[in-house]
Design a protein around this ligand. Sequence first.
Ligand SMILES: Nc1nc2c(c(=O)[nH]1)N[C@H]1C(S)=C(S)[C@@H](COP(=O)(O)O)O[C@H]1N2
Ligand SMILES: [Mo]
Length: 325
Amino acid sequence: MAAYKPVRQIKSSEITDPEVFANRRKLLRMAGYGIGVSATGLLPHMPALAAAPELGDLAAWPGSTDETQTSWEIATSYNNFYELGTDKGDPQRNAHLLKTDPWSVEIDGHCEKPGTYTLEDILKPHALEERIYRMRCVEAWSMVIPWVGFPLGDLLKRFEPTSSAKYVHFQTIMDPENLPGQKSPVLSWPYVEGLRMDEAMHPLTLMSVGIYGKVLPNQSGAPIRLVVPWKYGFKSIKSIVKISFVDKQPDTSWNLAGPREYGFYSNVNPTVPHRRWSQAKERRLDSNSGGLSSLFSSKQDTLMFNGYEEEVASLYTGMDLKENY
Ligand SMILES: Nc1nc2c(c(=O)[nH]1)N[C@H]1C(S)=C(S)[C@@H](COP(=O)(O)O)O[C@H]1N2
Ligand SMILES: [Mo]
């Protein structure tokens, strides 16, 4: 596996949004002292950030980019979360309809430690890290998001998957009474996604519980979601309630909805167009200004594996990536 290049450290003076910065510092401080708290801070059950590092250290975690970050305002108001509606603004508008407390995650399939784990059980042993990842939607827009989370592989190992576990299947909360999107058959509910075991165990694959140093807002997939930075956004399933170790390639919601448009692998690949549009370029959402016209600040070339080629290409050696799109 490729060694991670250290990234430029970001100094506090370079952080332009004072509110975001202040909140992040607050979170770090609370994490350091194990103090619980508030809607925008750490939840009491959250583990401490690894060694409560300073902001500069956080920016140096594996895979992080020093590209301009998308603003909190855009990242939390321009979302895909079909359970909360299909328009980009719906998830924020309907965020309150997602009930995240209490929350538990069911673990089943080929493993030695299946069971129902509370969110606290899930999070307790893990130190949180910050990773600043590029994220790209198949709709050809992209963002740069500072995620707070921990490697999915560290979580999966705790359940002691057996040799029959070839893939990991994820499922989102099913709550049609409260979630307006689940009242219509726009996708087959619940939302499901999957990874091959080695993709799931890759150190860049995260379970995320926060963004910008704050707890995940509901529209971003609270309380716990997947982040797979080299795959199209839809692989990064939100609000996870079940993880299954399976021996066959599992169903995924977008593959069920359009098998010719959304393959199982869904690796960001500028040379494999979506059936109805090119994937060669993308529009980066990084502006701080309001209004849709100014939101997309630039159009740029899409990179193979979303720029994580050095880290992940070896997972696909010998595979035809046009066939396995
Ligand atoms: N449960 C669930 N997870 C989901 C989706 C969804 O509709 N439901 N949308 C996906 C898509 S298409 C994208 S691009 C990302 C968007 O994540 P973001 O809102 O945090 O940017 O979430 C993914 N995860
Ligand atoms: Mo997406």
